[in-house]
Write a protein that binds this ligand. Structure first.
Ligand code: AMP
Ligand code: MG
Length: 328
């Protein structure tokens, strides 16, 4: 059994072809990079419309799979940017109709958990999902994935990107901040905003820019921002583990590729007698393989949607999506 999955929630257009053992047979991705500033949803959507057909062809070619062999076509239904989601959903509907295959809607956040869960071999890990637009601590409980904690303002990645652009850099900011942080050593005190199991980042940007104006180096600022923001994420993840009596954590999202964040979460989980796992970069960032794999799980549990009812849901909440494959 082979399934094709389409991801297009934000800046990444990606198509994955995955079998029922979670083997990734083929994957083709392309990320929209704005010439300056942040992502404009319409421009990112145009990018996806232009590139997705070619990415479908390439992913199928790489996997040596004929469309006739597919069990279904899965797509990311939400959450995400409306125009971007619609671009992917339109391609998915077209393929499902053209090839006469069932259409399977997938929640993007659940897909991050499921790909990390199968790759890690962990049965019931908690997910620290740290990406551009999303920052959440997610765990399974009573038939749903539950959001235990999250950002109260912007996603961690958007915060890093915005900060880096304000400091004169270009998108994406996270990797550039990581490179600079490796050469930083002085810790500037930044707002540490943890509210129970939630976090907030907005005050940190203002404070960092004020230090810059006073002469702080980019290296020291990057170091201070990483240490502060990733400590906040590690703290809320630990609190969620303690409350849910769990030990294991998987990571997902572009920011989860960060070595310092991975190291902090690893130290925290090991200190509690557990472990942590971060998928390889291509499967940690937005990707079609995680949509295909979660589509397979959902389809196996009977989840399909008629084309005329397959509207995208830009604000789809993780905890409102049924996950029948996890029952029992
Ligand atoms: P995603 O939304 O999951 O596709 O991830 C994109 C976000 O991840 C952007 O905000 C990037 O700045 C951020 N990012 C990518 N690589 C890293 C890294 N090594 N460290 C921190 N942030 C990163
Ligand atoms: Mg994502």
């Amino acid at each position: 059994m082979v399934i094709l999955g389409i991801e297009s929630t934000a800046h990444t257009a990606s198509v994955g072809v995955v079998d029922d053992q979670a083997r990734i047979l083929g994957m083709a991705s392309d990320m929209y990079r704005p010439p300056s500033g942040g992502i404009h949803p319409r421009e990112a959507a145009n990018h996806h419309v232009e590139l997705l057909p070619g990415l479908v062809t390439k992913a199928l070619q790489d996997s040596h799979v004929d469309p006739a062999e597919l069990e279904a076509v899965a797509f990311a239904q939400g959450p995400g940017l409306g125009p971007c989601l619609r671009a992917g959903a339109t391609v998915a509907r077209t393929l499902a109709l053209m090839w006469d295959k069932p259409l399977v809607p997938v929640n993007h956040c659940v897909a991050h958990v499921e790909i990390a869960r199968v790759l890690s071999g962990m049965d019931d890990p908690m997910l620290l999902y740290a990406s551009g637009g999303n920052t959440q601590v997610i765990a399974y409980g009573s038939g749903r994935y539950r959001v235990l904690g999250e950002t109260l303002d912007v996603g961690i990645g958007n915060f890093l990107d915005k900060l880096w652009i304000a400091l004169g850099g270009t998108f994406p900011g996270g990797p550039a901040i990581e490179a600079h942080a490796q050469r930083g050593s002085r810790l500037w005190t930044l707002p540490y905003s943890v509210h129970g199991m939630d976090v907030a980042f907005s005050g940190m940007l203002t404070a960092a820019l004020a230090y810059r104006a006073k002469g702080a180096t980019l290296e020291d600022l990057a170091y201070s921002v990483e240490v502060t923001a990733y400590s906040m994420l590690t703290e809320i993840t630990e609190r969620a583990l303690a409350h849910r009596r769990r030990t294991d954590v998987v990571l997902g999202g572009g920011v989860a590729c960060n070595a310092r964040l991975q190291g902090m979460v690893r130290a925290m989980t090991e200190g509690r007698g557990g472990r942590s796992f971060a998928p390889p970069r291509a499967l940690c960032v937005d990707n079609g393989a995680m949509i295909a794999w979660t589509g397979h799980l959902a389809y196996s549990a009977g989840r399909v949607v008629a084309v005329e009812r397959s509207a995208v849901e830009p604000r789809q909440r993780t905890d409102l999506v049924a996950t029948p494959w996890r029952a029992g």
